[in-house]
Design a protein around this ligand. Structure first.
Ligand code: NAD
Length: 487
């Protein structure tokens, strides 16, 4: 049984039934973690506030060196951590090796920009005055992370928050807490309490940390539904919150594209991590003149993909993380089928697997926006394809959603590209290369997909408060109309 990691030590008692960690490929319980209580949350808050007193007074250069060391230690453990990620989340090992690599890069990136980006000196209103805009850490940042990229989405919060001088409390998903707990060996180089990890349910631990008067920022990634609850709670205390939420990203294929390349790009964007990616392409729009060729290429490629346990090197697509996520995918596909959609590939659990939460990569056509599979987040390996005639129509269809996380366009026509990125409301636009991340550029959602940004300079500034210091070298009595002469 794994305990919480608080103030640089393992602690916590099993006062209630532990949380079972299940391998999604075998459905077997292979580890347990504590289902934390409000007292555990309180202990983490005390440790993080104590560490803040030391951590934020450290020079940015010293913090930078320590964050580079966290990254170096993580890199040295890549294989082991990737294995844990696969066992708890189901994602193929090769994808998890990438995930660890992206985390390493993220810690190095924020180590550097954390020491070089600060406030500014502005022109003052008096000749004897210096006016400085300072950037300060808030204090304790609560980092709440979902199951699909447990380390990457943790790093996008923890690295900039620490680089800005805050301390953090991580609440990992109850599905995938082990990889985060394993990182305690990397965080061990930091001031004890600069990073704390508390496991447990969102309703109890997550809620206690968000509502706690001595936590100062909440950085959340997860569903729009949970994000709404957290936003309400933060509003009660005017607590700073960043929200990275759900999506229903469009992928528009224009007739001038290389259709085989476009079909493979759609497969990648729709099936990566068994479709459990916030920026998965969940609505595919293809121009009518190339629709048949595109569908044939997509179906042929989809049928070559190998499902299996993520731990096996030959696996292209692993199981979904839990059966209830798979059941939601089944519900969306079944409803679409009943409403007239045609299943061209997949559309069911694969034969030959006794255990594991597998679902076949699926191609649907004849879909409409009145189906859930085209209007609600499916979060599974499904590519519903709709045919359009004119580019204006594609833009209108792409925009037909409450979400605004990402959007992909395949075209070689510069004017179409410009129209697309100007018209489509989404935090990330990918033209001809879906789902690439870049630490130096901001990531986040518009509309119901969230508030605030992670990564880039924006991702650092979310964790800094602004203070304006007006410093006069001469002491003044002011203003001139105040009756100070009376006294
Ligand atoms: P979720 O909302 O169920 O849980 C996310 C985290 O919030 C978990 O750690 C959970 O324990 C915690 N939580 C739940 N209720 C809480 C509460 N009341 N107070 C505080 N914390 C609480 O999401 P999930 O199922 O783990 O992840 C899938 C969702 O995440 C999808 O909707 C996906 O689109 C979204 N996501 C978004 C991004 C992005 O960057 N926009 C990235 C990845 C995933």
């Amino acid at each position: 049984m794994k305990q919480h990691w608080i103030g640089g030590e393992w602690m916590g008692q099993a006062n209630k039934a532990p949380i079972n960690i299940i391998n999604p490929a075998t459905e077997e319980i292979f580890e347990q973690v504590l289902d934390g209580s409000r007292e555990d949350a309180d202990a983490a808050v005390v440790a993080a506030n104590k560490a803040f007193g030391i951590w934020h007074r450290m020079t940015a250069t010293s913090r930078c060196e320590l964050l580079h060391e966290v990254a170096d230690r993580l890199k040295a453990q890549t294989e082991e951590i990737a294995r844990i990620l696969t066992l708890e989340g189901g994602k193929p090992l090769k994808e998890n090796i990438d995930e660890v690599g992206w985390c390493v890069a993220c810690f190095h990136y924020y180590a550097e920009i954390g020491r070089s980006s600060r406030g500014r000196v502005i022109p003052s209103v008096e000749s004897t005055q210096l006016s400085m805009v300072l950037k300060e850490p808030y204090g304790v940042v609560v980092c709440i992370v979902p199951y699909n990229y447990p380390l990457l989405l943790m790093a996008w919060k923890v690295a900039p928050a620490l680089a800005a001088g805050n301390t953090v409390i991580i609440k990992p998903s109850s599905i995938t807490p082990l990889s985060t707990l394993a990182l305690s060996e990397c965080f061990d180089v930091l001031t004890p309490g600069a990073v704390n990890i508390v496991t447990g349910s969102g309703e109890e631990i997550g809620n206690a940390l968000v509502a706690h008067p001595d936590t100062h920022v909440v950085a959340f990634t997860g569903s729009t539904e949970t994000g709404r609850k957290i936003a309400h709670q933060c509003a009660e205390r005017f607590k700073k919150v960043t929200l990275e939420l759900g999506g229903k990203d469009p992928f528009v294929v224009c007739e001038d594209s290389d259709i085989n390349v476009a079909a493979r790009a759609v497969a990648w964007a729709a099936y990566l991590n068994a479709g459990q990616v916030c920026t998965s392409s969940e609505r595919i729009y293809v121009q009518s003149s190339v629709a048949d060729r595109f569908l044939e290429a997509l179906v042929n490629f989809t049928n070559t993909l190998r499902l299996g346990p993520g731990i096996e090197p030959s696996t292209d697509i692993g199981p979904m993380a839990r059966d209830y996520y798979r059941r939601k995918v089944e519900e969306h596909v079944e409803e679409a089928r009943k409403m007239g959609a045609v299943v061209l590939a997949g559309g069911r659990r694969p034969a030959g697997f006794q255990k594991g939460y597998y679902y076949e990569p699926t191609v649907l056509t004849n879909v409409t926006h009145s189906m859930k599979v085209m209007s609600e987040e499916t979060f599974g390996p499904v590519a519903p394809v709709m045919v359009y005639n004119h580019f204006d129509e594609a833009i209108r269809l792409a925009q037909g959603t409450q979400y605004g996380l990402g959007a992909v366009l395949f075209t070689r026509d510069a004017l179409k590209a410009k129209t697309f990125f100007e018209e489509v409301k989404a935090g990330s636009i990918w033209i001809n290369d879906p789902l690439t991340d870049n630490d130096a550029g901001p990531f986040g959602g518009m509309k119901m997909s969230g508030l605030g940004r992670e990564l880039g300079l924006e991702g650092l500034e979310e964790f800094m408060e602004t203070k304006h210091v007006h410093w006069d070298f001469v002491q003044h009595e002011k203003p001139w109309w105040f009756p100070y002469k009376r006294g």
